[in-house]
Design a binder for this molecule. Sequence first.
Ligand code: NAD
Length: 440
Amino acid sequence: MNSKQKVQHPKGKLGVLTPGMGAVSTTFMAGVIATNKGLGRPIGSISQMGKIRLGKRTEDRNPNINDFVPLALMEDLVFGGWDIFYDTAYESAVNAGVLDKDLLNKLKEELSAIKPMPAVFDHQFVKNIDGENVKHSPTKMDAAKALITDILTFKKENACDRLVMIWCASTEVYTQISDVHLSVEKFEQALLENHPAIAPSMIYAYAAIKSGVAFANGAPNLTVDTPALIELANQLNVPIAGKDFKTGQTLMKTILAPGLKTRLLGVDGWFSTNILGNRDGEVLDDIDSFKTKEVSKLSVLDSVLEPEKYPELYKDMYHKVRINYYPPKGDDKESWDNIDIFGWLGYKMQIKVNFLCKDSILAAPIVLDLAVFMDLAQRANMKGIQEWLSFYFKSPQTKEGLVPIHDIFLQKVKFENTLRHLMGESLINYLGLDYYEEDN
Ligand SMILES: NC(=O)c1ccc[n+]([C@@H]2O[C@H](COP(=O)([O-])OP(=O)(O)OC[C@H]3O[C@@H](n4cnc5c(N)ncnc54)[C@H](O)[C@@H]3O)[C@@H](O)[C@H]2O)c1
């Protein structure tokens, strides 16, 4: 395929707005500033460190992704956000305890200048925390209008050319699609009537889309994954993506499960448990917020292993996910996976994974990549759900009627082929046959 899509070149500054200025958001901001000052490397970021193969294997063309596609430069990023606490990005980063104080002190001036705008918050949706830096709007529509004003003001004050918004705020309680989420008209009426099924994250997403700002959802909340907001994004030519950054235990799962499946090894059970002690863990200690996370984490294995196609191997698999709040751990999450597998003649084996990870260290490069790739999508006129960015999500948003792809390696092929397509290069499926000359 060789249909080069027109991609406008980035010029000027790209503002990255994050509802939520906690551990993930501030680790991302601090990391970009540190990299720009030569104090660190953006490890884990595909946009900054990835290469892409082009053409036939024999051509040996492997440019850096950021030389191949026109992406915003890290030096051109500026940051803003909202939070229910008054802490600046510096104070919040110190409080999160992810990055060393020494490093944060070298970034103190820049991080202290990032002050959270008052949040749109509803305690009914996040029960375990409360803060005072909140807007008091008579209706949810007024709250949306106040956010639209914040967005415009930020853009003007920071002389930004473009903006993107990435949800980095707490996980909201489990919400299912209801009538008010089914069309833009019903959604707007519900905003006016303060309907209880409209979550704060939906109000941010609505405000972003109305402002022509691409929106990606890093948490498992429903948020932009509703017919109403998908319709609005399509109407207004705005890219959207979600849900739930793929880090930690689920990242490991989507690396391991495709390998087991490829070798047709059966799985009897997969028990996953975590302990973590950051604010995210505190929020997830509430059963209703945990439910949102659980649904997102559980969907992964079924989609990779396809028990309906391989009932002998996966139909009776027992899959359990537990998250336990344990304050001494802070952001240093520890997870254990016990995987009961079986092979030849049904003989049983076990795999144990003990992952000691730093959640925000894994999430920060995802925020950076989503910011620059969502901006790229916007400049390439790619509206609505950006399925090619599924690579970054636990619970990828897909067009209606489609089953999400969870296999990280298939997601990577789709991601790279989208970049090739955008730049008029041939797609690569790695299926060329060795004995044909036209091997790709
Ligand atoms: N760290 C990871 O690896 C990872 C992976 C997947 C998803 N996530 C999700 O990303 C989100 C952020 O994670 P974190 O570790 O930074 O959590 P955090 O608790 O450190 O930060 C979230 C911040 O959001 C704020 N907040 C809550 N509701 C808000 C609202 N309505 N408006 C503005 N601010 C609001 C909170 O006050 C808090 O400061 C969580 O939803 C988490 O589940 C994180």
